[in-house]
Design a protein around this ligand. Structure first.
Ligand code: GDP
Length: 194
């Protein structure tokens, strides 16, 4: 996909703040530090755009990036912050649940996992939850440049087993080496019906 324009249109916490334009939306979820901003930046073909929009450890908004006046990429706060007070975690969880379960424009979710590790319990729980709500999901294993090429098949099998998915729902990605973004765009284009 040729990214002509990118604009952080709104940072929302409540449904009434979501954009009114009814473009399809693709949401990004994953543990904090998994590489979500890096992936979003590569997909948007921008350096440090998503990065500068976030405050580390404090990203508590849904960030709607308007791409080409055609779709929104929606950055969801990373889960698994141990340091965040319980009350705040619950507020986030509510915000995320509301968006993922009630938003008609949501076409699909990209779930990021760390390609160097076995998917965590939080990752598999998130996948189970997305399955329950029948939300089309692409699992993206990030930081694959840190995995030896000879181990890529093995890693892919791990992730597919842990997440109970097949090849069509998995993409291997590296932000630093820029590997995998075309396949991710293909998936987005398909589920968003662009
Ligand atoms: P976020 O918290 O999920 O938005 O994660 P970031 O995109 O900020 O990335 C967290 C850390 O992982 C940063 O230090 C990045 O430089 C690093 N990182 C992200 N993607 C990659 C990647 O594909 N390869 C490598 N080697 N490091 C990455």
């Amino acid at each position: 996909t040729d990214v002509k324009s990118v604009n952080l249109e709104i940072s929302a916490v409540e449904p009434k703040q979501y954009p009114r334009k009814r473009y399809p939306e693709i949401a990004f979820v994953g543990r904090s530090n998994v590489g979500k901003s890096s992936l979003t930046d590569v997909l948007m073909n921008r350096k440090n755009y998503a990065h500068t929009s976030k405050q580390p450890g404090k990203t508590q908004t849904l960030n709607f990036y308007n791409v080409n006046d055609q779709l929104y990429l929606v950055d969801i706060p990373g889960y698994g912050y141990a340091k965040v007070p319980k009350e705040q975690r619950e507020t986030w969880a509510n915000m995320i649940d509301t968006y993922l379960t009630k938003r008609h424009e949501l076409s699909g979710v990209i779930l990021l996992v760390d390609g160097r590790r076995w998917p965590s319990k939080l990752d598999t729980q998130m996948k189970t939850w997305l399955n329950y709500y029948q939300i089309p999901t692409l699992v993206v294993a990030t930081k694959m440049d840190k995995v030896k090429h000879s181990q890529w098949n093995r890693e892919a099998k791990f992730v597919k087993n842990a997440m109970a998915i097949n090849d069509s729902s998995l993409a291997l990605f590296s932000a630093s080496k820029k590997i995998g973004q075309h396949r991710i765009w293909q998936w987005i284009t398909k589920v968003a019906k662009l």
